[in-house]
Design a protein around this ligand. Structure first.
Ligand code: TRP
Ligand code: ZN
Length: 869
């Protein structure tokens, strides 16, 4: 019997954190039998369940064809349960219930890429986080139900690889050209961590011996031709395993660790227990085919998914509101790991750049939400920059405050208390507090509030009394859904410098103790505060929020000269970068004069180029038009921002022309001591090449063509290709065609080819149309869709004119085919309301027109929020 869906649920599909209730039944074990055929898949399951609290026995299921259900061996008649589109409900079930179900599903038609789906000609994979498992079988599909999974997978022998989580118990013949494998995962886990893979793949093998002496078989599965591109990921995996032992005392706990690469994947990668599934873009790494940035990303995502084994899998989330418990902590851990791969300063620059370019705008607009939201309609919409990146910053602040040893004592306590449990953000903060002996409970405010705090600071020097006084004030923009905003604890890392010598002032310990400053960090946790340093003999230059010690918008009454001073004299590369970015923002958005900046960069850059080319490549970066646009809250005019930025770049090219050419001609990536320096040299050379083009250098196209033709490195090749294509050089068509011929069978390289053309500054609606009608454009592969939208969005002037229609069309199509991706792409337009008229009204009307056309919870929740400003 199908009962009508509950009208209350239909009217308001919002789920609230405050309504959390324990599940009425636990599952001791699940036996799954998955039989894959060309046109359908049979899934049989047996759940051993036990009552825990009063209430119905509820199994969640979506798009499942139920063939039979029995309880303790007795087949249930249709009136013994209630079934709707979301769940199967049994009232008065016995306290001990063995439930067996048989269902039919259709992974071969699954375009949403969640649950079990066909991911290419010869590959079936799963994606079950957050709520995909209910599309495989009926189950209490929620993260607080942990069980032991035994999985039998059966398929035609044209799929030689049959994988699931845990240990392989047996495999054998199943008749009629079919075979099977049985896997068992000894560790209890929630259903979102279940995975299986059925396919025809090659494998790269290695092994790792843990600190406890466990010999772990490591396997990376990919297409045969891609196996040579898996070595960097394999090395990163072993490095991550060692790193987690050394930094957190966490060894791996199974005898195997498998990674499977697929090109049909909604996100980056997934931490399924012992059987990670990865987007090819996050596992394949090879200088010839993928960029340096992509290679760095592969290593950090490998680490991220590996670190989830302890922060996410062994200790998981009680409910999906707690998502940032596992994601924020795991991102913080992978960022720390990546500090070993490039310099810590550059890693911090890259992480803060991402935070400010994505999380800050999200948090200042209609999609703003706390790192731990208290309500949602569709949880897939909450895998956001706020949950991941701001979540990581909260952990970083606590780690900064505690220092290495106490933070480690805190995490040790967390693992000791909660191993094997599904917990909350409160549990995490309580364990850190108990282990470190430092009360961190006020940091819970960060988890529960939306918005980026504004930190206003003023410095005053009193020459007569030789004091320097710093006044601080924090505030948050009001949010309709979250009233009662409170002051948050903000660790402010600071230093004072002598304005003439550039030396850091060593303040007397009295001055520090009086002001509550420990290890250079002042904890500002009230609405306002004042700190006074005495014995300061001359007017100092203060450096605030060093290493970006808190995710806040700092407004400090620096003079431009002081910022230029910090660009030169801050000993830490991150702080130099922060000063230069602040100065550039003033020039580009507030009309400040560029001279001071140009002089400072001329003084700073040459020595950094020699000493640390990677850092130099970052210091010489001008904020993107997209980032600059995100700093404007009303009357945003993309053309005007473009004009300002172009003007500055032209001035820089003119003033630094000779230096750029000399740097381009003398730097050689092959002479660098390691990958990260070589990567820096390549980045720097590419910047220099584009500056030369801007300056109208007569040789530049020849040099670019030469760079394109002679290199075997993708970053060098793309850097040259960009200069030729974006400047409409005579060679442009020929090199684009050459690239296509060389790389047409390499999907990740082709993504770059699509992206680069979509990102042409003079791209038009026709450019985008031609790309999306190209034979190699494929709506089933999110990477390819994102290559075009990502390229388009590199130029906000284009995004906000003809781009709007492209994105709205995609949202409409994907609303049915792949709502997770559709909803994410639509967010590109989330800052429509900041536009100046008439653009603002035009885009608004187009968004309004989309409203009645979309059905998925994903796209409609996003669209409703976007329009609720
Ligand atoms: N847990 C994954 C990670 O952070 C995220 C993820 C992968 C995901 N695939 C997904 C989230 C699909 C939602 C939907 O590594
Ligand atoms: Zn994650």
């Amino acid at each position: 019997m199908n009962i009508a869906a509950n009208p209350m649920v239909e009217a308001d599909q919002t789920v609230y954190l405050k309504d959390y209730q324990k599940p009425s039944y636990v599952v001791d074990s699940i036996d799954l039998d998955i039989q894959v055929f060309d046109d359908y898949t049979h899934v049989n399951s047996k759940l051993v369940m036990q009552r825990q609290t009063a209430g119905d026995l509820v199994l969640l299921g979506r798009d499942l064809e139920l063939k039979s259900i029995s309880i303790n061996g007795e087949v249930l008649s249709a009136d013994a349960y209630r079934l709707d589109a979301e769940q199967l409900r049994i009232s008065n079930a016995p306290d001990q219930a063995v439930i067996e179900t048989q269902v039919v599903i259709h992974p071969e038609n699954n375009t949403q890429l969640e649950g079990l789906y066909l991911a290419g000609k010869d590959l079936f994979v799963t994606q079950n986080e957050p709520e995909g498992f209910r599309k495989i079988t009926f189950y209490p599909d929620r993260p607080d139900v942990l069980s032991v999974f035994t999985t039998r997978v059966e398929a035609d022998k044209k799929f030689p690889v049959l994988l699931a989580n845990g240990n392989l118990l047996e495999k054998g013949e199943a008749g009629e050209g079919r075979h099977y494998a049985v896997w068992q995962d000894p560790t209890k886990k929630p259903s979102y961590l279940f995975a299986c893979v059925i396919g025809d793949l090659a494998v790269l093998k290695d092994h790792y011996v843990t600190s406890e002496g466990r010999n772990v078989a490591l396997e990376i599965y990919a297409e045969e031709k891609d196996i040579p591109k898996c070595h960097i990921a394999m090395e990163a995996l072993k490095h991550s395993m060692r790193w987690d032992e050394e930094h957190y005392g966490r060894p791996y706990d199974l005898d195997n660790y498998m990674i499977v690469a697929t090109s049909a994947f909604n996100m980056g990668a997934m931490e399924n227990k012992g059987l990670n599934i990865f987007n090819t873009s996050c596992v394949l790494a090879d200088e010839e085919y993928t960029t340096d940035a992509a290679i760095m990303r592969v290593q950090s995502v490998i680490a991220h998914e590996y670190f989830h084994n302890w922060t996410g899998n062994r200790i998981t989330c009680r409910d999906w509101f707690q998502l940032c418990l596992k994601e924020g902590l795991t991102v913080f851990r992978d960022q720390s790991f990546s500090e070993d791969l490039q310099s810590a300063a550059v890693q911090r620059i890259d992480d803060v750049a991402v935070l400010k370019a994505h999380q800050f705008p999200e948090d200042s607009g209609p999609l703003s939400h706390p790192p731990r939201p208290d309500h949602f309609v569709e949880i897939n919409n909450f895998y956001t920059a706020t949950v991941y990146e701001k979540g990581a910053e909260i952990n970083r602040m606590m780690a900064t405050l505690l220092g290495k040893e106490k933070f480690r004592a805190g995490t040790d306590e967390y693992f000791k208390r909660h191993d094997g449990q599904a917990v909350t953000v409160e549990d995490w903060v309580a364990a850190l507090t108990a282990g470190s002996g430092v009360d961190l409970s006020s940091f819970l405010i960060w988890y529960n509030q939306p918005g980026t705090p504004k930190l206003e600071a003023k410095g005053e020097y009193d020459a007569a009394n030789q004091t320097y006084t710093l006044s601080l004030k924090q505030s948050l923009k009001a949010h309709p859904k979250y009233p009662n905003l409170k002051a948050v604890p903000i660790p402010v890392a600071l230093a004072l410098f002598d304005a003439t010598s550039g030396e850091q002032l060593l303040l007397s310990s009295d001055a520090l103790v009086e002001n509550g400053i420990k290890d250079g960090v002042y904890l500002f946790d009230t609405d306002t505060a004042t700190i006074t340093f005495s014995g300061v003999k001359t007017k100092p230059v203060v450096s605030l929020l060093r290493n970006f010690s808190a995710p806040v918008n700092l407004e400090f009454n620096y003079s431009d000269e002081e910022l230029a001073f910090l660009m030169q004299y801050e000993p830490n590369g991150f702080n130099q970068w922060q000063a230069s970015q602040t100065l550039l923002e003033r020039i580009l958005l507030n009309g400040h004069d560029a001279d001071i900046y140009i002089q400072a960069i001329q003084k700073t850059l040459p020595s950094v180029v020699q000493r640390d080319p990677l850092l130099a490549s970052r210091l010489f970066e001008v904020p993107t038009e997209g980032y600059l646009g995100s700093r404007i809250d009303t009357e945003y005019n993309p053309e005007k921002v473009q004009e300002q930025r172009e003007a500055l770049l032209s001035t820089l090219a003119r003033e630094l022309g000779a230096f750029c050419k000399e740097t381009y001609l003398t730097l050689d990536p092959d002479l660098q001591k390691d990958f990260s320096q070589a990567m820096g040299v390549r980045a720097l050379k590419n910047i220099m090449l584009s500056m030369m083009a801007r300056q109208g250098d007569a040789d530049v196209f020849d040099l670019a063509e030469q760079q394109y033709q002679t290199t075997g490195n993708m970053s060098e090749r793309l850097g040259a290709l960009k200069v030729l294509v974006w400047n409409d050089a005579p060679q442009a068509e020929a090199v684009l065609a050459d690239f296509y011929t060389k790389f047409k069978d390499e999907a990740l390289s082709m993504d770059q080819w699509f992206m680069l053309q979509a990102a042409h500054p003079k791209a038009t609606a026709e450019t985008i149309k031609a790309l999306t009608e190209h034979a190699d454009y494929d709506l089933k592969v999110p990477n390819r869709i994102r290559a075009v939208t990502g390229g388009l969005n590199a130029n906000p002037v284009n995004t906000w004119s003809f781009g709007v229609q492209h994105i709205i069309n995609l949202a409409k199509i994907l609303d049915e085919k792949n709502p997770i991706v559709g909803s994410r792409l639509l967010q590109i337009l989330s800052r429509w309301y900041t536009l100046a008229e008439p653009q603002r009204s035009t885009v608004k009307a187009e968004l309004e027109a989309l409203k009645p056309l979309v059905k998925s919870k994903n796209v409609s929740e996003t669209l409703n929020s976007m329009l609720s400003v």
